[in-house]
Write a protein that binds this ligand. Structure first.
Ligand code: DON
Length: 520
């Protein structure tokens, strides 16, 4: 199923500490996609928790109150900063491919991609990393017990929360798939139809699973009853999970990607997310160009050309570096960027065909979530979490309340075939047992002139370009409201076109970009 490209609600969740020293914001701030999740974070801070405990509480609460975006069945990246010793680290709770996964698992006999299989139902699901991420965050960085930090989420699951219009809209996108399993439909739909706005969504089974996690930590999800139920449901649904997929799941810590742009310091997501590399590579290219000296058409043209080149490298080189060699240092090198910048012409777009690599044409839709936290000491968390499409694979593992993700679609099913976001790739991101699929999630910290930003967003392949546009706006000294309002445009190499949000380009910009050779 493909969604119209611009139908997805885009949130750019940002925090900044304007006008005060980077080290000492004057108050704690939390920004998330749902007020109840933000409240959960404050509740835990008031109980004596630190920002990492609050991050556990917000993540778990989002899993309950925004099931379209993330959940215990999904995964994500938590970018952490600890002020006392300057630690910057990324907690990698990305899903991994099951042990029985193989490169051709989404192809028919003639080698054609059966994209429904990597998008809907049990075979689309990677092994979840979110529960292990929560356990790790709490144990290694938190002050409170995991059980305490999970309390608000458990309460929301047991007592229910009111469905809003956004939840309804995202449900509508996945209604058909959710209706394919009666037990899943019984949780999220009302007799197969959208529930009324304001009606309560109670998730008793999910509360039970959260309680197992609270009581037994990682073993409460990845072993024992919950694990049995997950594997049984997945196998009944045609999937390939085994108990040892779950028992062997491990969170990993990654050194974040860092970079600089005109006096700004950037800390962002490392592989298996492409986010930090593509963001810093694009900024390195743009640093060689004087964006302030050009008119708005040329500016958008040049930014699109920089995006095209960095996304091209994403397609060619990026994948899980625990499985393939990725030339990270080269891609982040300023001289390499200088070389790419020298291929950009001010007066003409370079067709993507002229960059060596793969071709494909598809594009699609999506959901994910991001939240940001900063405290008065300057400790911070930027977390982007996902089940991929809205409501993931559209299937709840019976008895657990856990919606399965469809993150396997972030792998390359076949060379030159675009995934749900039209992203292409090659061997670096091919499916292999226990490999993590390449992500675009870009939780990021920015620091410049005593200002600090903690930001990120959902948006599939457009995550990186949205964070980029916000980053450029921050670098120019503008406040958060301005970064959120920046009109988005996007180039991802393939398809060879600039995508732009409704009313995002003026008529003059459209014709100007077309005359430079862009298709829009
Ligand atoms: O990891 C990724 O890049 C994707 N699974 C993220 C999906 C997403 O952002 C959907 N959001 N609207």
């Amino acid at each position: 199923m493909k969604f119209p490209y611009l139908s997805c609600l885009v949130l750019l969740i940002v925090l900044s500490a304007p006008g005060c020293s980077v080290k000492q914001p004057h108050q704690v701030a939390i920004a998330s996609a749902h007020p109840l999740a933000t409240q959960a974070g404050f509740e835990i801070l008031h109980k004596g928790g630190n920002v990492y405990d609050a991050a556990v509480a917000v993540s778990a609460a989002l899993a309950v109150v925004e099931p379209s975006g993330s959940g215990l069945g999904g995964g994500g990246f938590w970018l952490l900063h600890r002020e006392s010793d300057g630690l910057d680290i990324m907690v990698d709770g990305r899903e991994k491919a099951p042990l029985a996964a193989h490169q051709d698992m989404y192809l028919d006999a003639s080698g054609q991609v059966l994209s429904a299989l990597s998008l809907n139902g049990a075979l689309a699901a990677g092994i979840p990393g979110m529960p292990a991420g929560l356990v790790h965050l709490s144990k290694k960085y938190g002050k409170l017990s995991l059980a305490e930090s999970l309390q608000p989420a458990i309460r929301y699951a047991e007592q229910g929360f009111e469905i809003d219009v956004r939840h309804q809209k995202l449900l509508a996108l996945r209604k058909e798939v959710l209706n394919q399993d009666a037990a899943t439909a019984a949780i999220f739909l009302t007799q197969g139809q959208l529930p009324a706005k304001g009606s309560l969504l109670v998730q008793t089974d999910l509360a039970g699973t959260l309680k197992q996690l609270a009581a037994y930590g990682q073993a409460g999800f990845y072993r024992g009853t919950v694990a049995d139920q997950l594997v049984q449901s997945v196998q009944q649904g045609g999937g390939i999970w085994r108990l040892d997929d779950l028992s062997s799941y491990q969170v990993l810590e990654r050194q974040p990607v860092s970079g600089s742009y005109k006096g700004m310091h950037i800390t962002s997501a490392a592989l298996p997310s492409s986010g930090g590399i593509v963001l810093v590579e694009t900024l390195n290219i743009l640093e060689k160009i004087d964006l302030e000296a050009v008119d708005s058409i040329t500016r958008k043209h040049l930014i699109s050309e920089a995006m095209r080149r960095a996304y091209h490298d994403r397609a060619l080189y990026l994948g899980d570096a625990d499985f393939v060699d990725v030339p990270v240092a080269r891609l982040l090198n300023k001289q390499y960027a200088q070389g790419l910048a020298s291929t950009i012409r001010t007066d003409k777009a370079l067709p993507s065909d002229y960059l060596t690599g793969q071709m494909a044409v598809k594009q699609g839709g999506r959901n994910t979530t991001h939240f940001s936290i900063i405290d008065t000491e300057g400790n911070r968390v930027a977390a982007t979490l996902s089940v991929n499409y809205p409501f993931g694979a559209g299937l709840v593992a019976a008895g657990t309340g856990v919606l399965l993700n469809n993150e396997m679609d972030d792998f390359v099913s076949a060379e030159n075939a675009g995934n749900g976001y039209g992203l292409v790739g090659g061997a670096a991101n091919a499916i292999a047992p226990e490999k993590r699929m390449l992500s675009s999630m870009t939780p990021t910290f920015l620091e410049k002139d005593g200002r600090i930003a903690v930001l990120g967003t959902p948006g599939g392949s457009r995550i990186i370009s949205m964070v980029l546009l916000a980053t450029l706006d921050f670098a120019e000294g503008n406040p958060p409201k301005s970064w959120v309002k920046v009109k988005r445009f996007h180039h991802q190499y393939i398809p060879d076109q600039i995508l732009y949000e409704k009313n995002g380009l003026s008529a003059a910009e459209i014709s100007g970009l077309q005359s430079l050779g862009h298709s829009l």
